[in-house]
Design a protein around this ligand. Structure first.
Ligand code: NAD
Length: 278
């Protein structure tokens, strides 16, 4: 592959994807809002670009084979903020992909597109959208955009509904963890599967307590190797008993299921910033 574009490259997940993506193509063009992303990997260049600008996205995606779209506000936020980076931003990425003849968008969707479903329902990848926040609603918009651009314009996409891609620090994550190694493997499969059309897959490790079913995405060859059960004993020993009546414990969106619209859901998750250093 000649050129892959990575948006959100300065973010935590982007920091883990840059090196393996650079190894998959002649040129990786990493992009974000920051002026300078620091040291580059072999084969990587950096371009500052705003997702909310269609001209920026058109220039960024010129000559690209695929775009790995991870740029977004990664949390619940007021609607106007979500509207620009996550909704208009998604439109600009898919439209720029179409105008530049880019084959596929590999998209960081989220569990929060379906966050109000119950863990006990064991939903598959074909479950109806059921967002838990404006953030989740924007992921629903982008997934529907992906479906539309495949049906009407032939742009392929893989929408990866990522769960908890961070250090395991709470009981929910024992079911919802996605390890960084499994994230990299998932993105590699989303890129290298010969034909994907429009598809949806859950970004989750091989956890004993995973609350969703990836069977219908088997064709992608995503076979996660990590399992958060290794953390279960310690996490449960150090946690208060969970309230079964609390929607935050019933729904797969966790605390996003009960947070007020527009307020941070991540703030309650005790996320450790362990971004990879170059
Ligand atoms: N971390 C997780 O567990 C998780 C779970 C589900 C989905 N996701 C999704 O994965 C992606 C990356 O998540 P992350 O945890 O690395 O988040 P992050 O906040 O660390 O990174 C997101 C990056 O997007 C950039 N960005 C935001 N608005 C932009 C704009 N208008 N133009 C250009 N760049 C912009 C930010 O500057 C940031 O560097 C996001 O789309 C997020 O919604 C993450």
């Amino acid at each position: 592959m000649k050129k892959i574009v990575l948006t959100g490259a300065a973010g935590r997940l982007g920091s883990y994807l840059r090196e393996p993506l650079a190894a998959m193509c002649d040129t990786l063009v990493s992009s974000d809002l920051t002026e300078d992303i620091g040291k580059l990997y072999d084969g990587e260049t950096y371009v500052r670009a705003d997702l909310a600008s269609l001209p920026d996205m058109k220039a960024l995606l010129e000559g690209a084979d695929m775009v790995v779209h991870f740029g977004a506000i990664g949390d619940e936020a007021p609607f106007d903020a979500i509207l620009q980076s996550n909704i208009v931003g998604a439109y600009n990425v898919w439209e720029a992909a179409y105008q530049n003849g880019v084959r596929r968008v590999v998209y960081a969707s989220s569990v929060h597109a379906v966050g109000m479903h119950k863990s006990s329902d064991g939903i598959g990848t074909d479950a109806a959208h059921r967002p838990d926040t404006y953030y989740g609603l924007a992921k629903c918009f982008a997934e529907d955009l992906a479906s539309l651009y495949w049906d009407k314009r032939g742009v392929e996409s893989v929408c990866m509904r990522i769960f908890s891609c961070a250090k395991v620090t709470n009981p929910r994550a024992v079911g919802t963890w996605l390890s960084y190694d499994d994230l990299i493997h998932l993105v590699e499969r989303a890129i290298s599967t010969p034909v994907t059309g429009f598809s949806v897959v859950y970004g989750i490790s091989d956890n004993d307590r995973a609350p969703v079913d990836n069977t219908k995405a088997n064709f992608l060859g995503y076979r996660p190797k990590d399992n958060a059960e290794q953390f279960a004993k310690e996490i449960y020993a150090n946690s208060e008993p969970l309230d079964p009546a609390d929607l935050a414990h019933q729904c797969i969106g966790g605390p996003f299921a009960t947070v007020e619209l527009g307020n941070s859901g991540v703030a309650t998750l005790n996320i450790v910033d362990d971004a990879k250093k170059t």
